[in-house]
Design a protein around this ligand. Structure first.
Ligand SMILES: Cc1cc2nc3c(=O)[nH]c(=O)nc-3n(C[C@H](O)[C@H](O)[C@H](O)COP(=O)(O)O)c2cc1C
Length: 218
């Protein structure tokens, strides 16, 4: 199977989307005959290649981060261009990957529904939408903390590479809890502050200013 893997993150090759896509592709490559090409659609030259290859691939994996509960503008623009291109009779199977900063799976539900409908409007089979929250900061976490999630992506890639399908139950497990309890949410907020946001502030020499309120008295 020839898979075109498209990274829709404005952050390009260093993005979390690319980090997760690469794991999926590691699993996909386990089947010897499979071939994959990854393109970052934030790069103009890659975007042109992606538009040229889209309708001629056996399968397309389109991944992106959730931006204000939707897809980044560059992904929307790309899809609008794809829809205007001539479509061959034999169309690629589509797989989507949507990952978000907030941890609860409920955030990615609306865009996942949209993507399933989009696939059918394009006349393509949608093999599934990989959804996962709590991803911001994944690349600064120690390897042992991310082993489980990387393994899940690898297994899903392997299954897709072997069968051309994705298992509903595995997708639900990947997405995780729809909503957290109030207690769990507080714990997650505290953890992400300590493990991510405070570190970012310190790295940018802004930690001491974190409680500043420059407009408070205007
Ligand atoms: C402009 C912007 C809007 C975002 N909106 C959301 C959002 O609505 N919900 C959410 O859970 N995460 C949101 N995030 C967080 C990203 O989805 C998250 O950080 C993601 O892992 C970034 O992936 P990337 O490195 O592939 O770009 C937003 C991030 C940015 C920069």
């Amino acid at each position: 199977m020839r898979l075109l893997a498209l990274n829709g993150s404005p952050r390009g090759p260093k993005s979390n989307t690319r980090f997760l896509t690469d794991e999926f592709l590691r699993g996909f490559a386990v089947t010897p005959a499979n071939q994959a090409e990854t393109l970052d659609i934030a790069r103009p030259s890659d975007r042109e290649k992606a538009l040229a290859a889209f309708w001629h691939s056996d399968a397309v994996l389109l991944g992106f981060p959730l931006y204000t509960d939707a897809m980044p503008g560059l992904v929307k623009e790309f899809l609008e261009q794809v829809a205007t291109l001539p479509r061959p009779d034999r169309r690629p199977t589509l797989v989507f990957l949507v990952q978000s900063g907030f941890p609860e799976a409920t955030h990615t539900v609306p865009v996942a529904r949209y993507l399933e409908r989009l696939a059918s409007r394009l006349g393509c089979v949608c093999a599934g939408v990989l959804r996962r929250g709590g991803i911001e900061g994944i690349q600064s976490q120690p390897a042992w903390m991310t082993r489980g999630i990387r393994e899940r992506f690898r297994q899903l890639g392997e299954t897709f590479g072997r069968t051309g399908r994705l298992d509903e139950q595995a997708l639900r497990q990947l997405a995780g809890r729809e909503r957290y309890s109030r207690f769990a949410l507080r714990l997650v907020c505290w953890w992400s502050r300590v493990m991510y946001w405070d570190r970012e502030l310190k790295a940018n020499h802004a930690y001491d200013k974190r409680l500043d309120a420059p407009y408070a008295h205007t």
